[in-house]
Design a protein around this ligand. Structure first.
Ligand SMILES: O=C[C@H](O)COP(=O)(O)O
Length: 257
């Protein structure tokens, strides 16, 4: 069975102080008993080291929201995989739609980042997903397929050390989530595509997350789907209570109450 993941993407929210305060509240709310769910918190870079340090030994992982594809050099503003690993973080989000659509990041950059992150030992959470216009034009499947093929070009995986997050752009931060059935349909297609790239056995072990207006009330429906192994959560991960409830609802849906 694939271990479900609930990953919190805080985007450009929370100072170092806010992050540490969240950690105290969240750790207390969660208690010890969350071994059936992998929890990952991705704060802004400024809070990554201290938050990661606080999370050590709690079973909660830290992750970065982006990474560069070189290890050192004259790349003003960029952060390398080694620098992220040094903070104790294990995961890195790559190709989030806000980076693709606001910052102009293309499939080639995503591909370079995924390759370098994997080579360095970070686990990429690679995001894919169509815009509303692409969906309305009937191109959702071809867009997601292209993002997978281009983003994973030349990537070799013998073990499932890569997570895919399907995030339809129209569902991000809008309060309008995809239906669990639609998200399942796309996740199934993603798994088939991964099977073609890495072999069916590896693809069966890879985690596929849904993202887009996930909250404690709707997470259960997503993780009950056969090909959805958790969520990448934005807005609803900013409050400790809400994230703890998402973890609890995931446990209940996956393992029964
Ligand atoms: O990375 C998270 C996604 O962009 C979803 O954000 P959201 O939960 O605020 O819709």
């Amino acid at each position: 069975m694939r271990l479900p993941i609930i990953a919190a993407n805080w985007k450009m929210h929370k100072t170092v102080k806010d992050s540490l305060q969240f950690a105290e509240e969240f750790i207390e709310m969660l208690g010890e008993d969350h071994k059936g769910i992998e929890i990952v918190i991705c704060p802004p870079f400024t809070a990554l080291y201290l938050l990661g340090k606080r999370l050590r030994g709690t079973g909660i992982e830290a992750g970065a929201q982006d990474v560069f594809w070189e290890e050192w050099g004259a790349y003003t503003g960029e952060v390398s995989p080694g620098m992220i690993l040094e903070t104790g973080a294990k995961y890195v989000i790559i190709g989030h739609s806000e980076r693709r659509h606001i910052l102009g990041e293309g499939d080639t950059a995503v591909n370079r980042k995924v390759k370098r992150a994997l080579a360095s030992g970070l686990v990429p959470i690679m995001c894919v997903g169509e815009t509303l216009a692409e969906r309305e034009e009937g191109r959702a499947v071809s867009v997601v397929r292209r993002q997978l093929e281009e983003g994973l070009k030349g990537v070799e995986l013998l073990r499932p050390h890569l997570v895919i997050a399907y995030e339809p752009v129209w569902a991000i931060g809008t309060g309008v989530n995809a239906s669990p059935q639609d998200a399942q349909e796309m996740s199934r297609l993603i798994r088939d595509e991964l099977g073609g790239l890495f072999g069916v056995e590896v693809a069966q072990e890879m985690r596929i997350l849904y993202g887009g207006s996930v909250n404690p009330g709707n997470i259960g429906g997503f993780v009950a789907q056969p090909d959805i192994d958790g969520a990448l959560v934005g807005g609803a991960s900013l409050e400790a209570r809400s994230l703890a409830d998402i973890v609890k609802q995931t446990e209940e849906s996956v393992y029964g109450s």
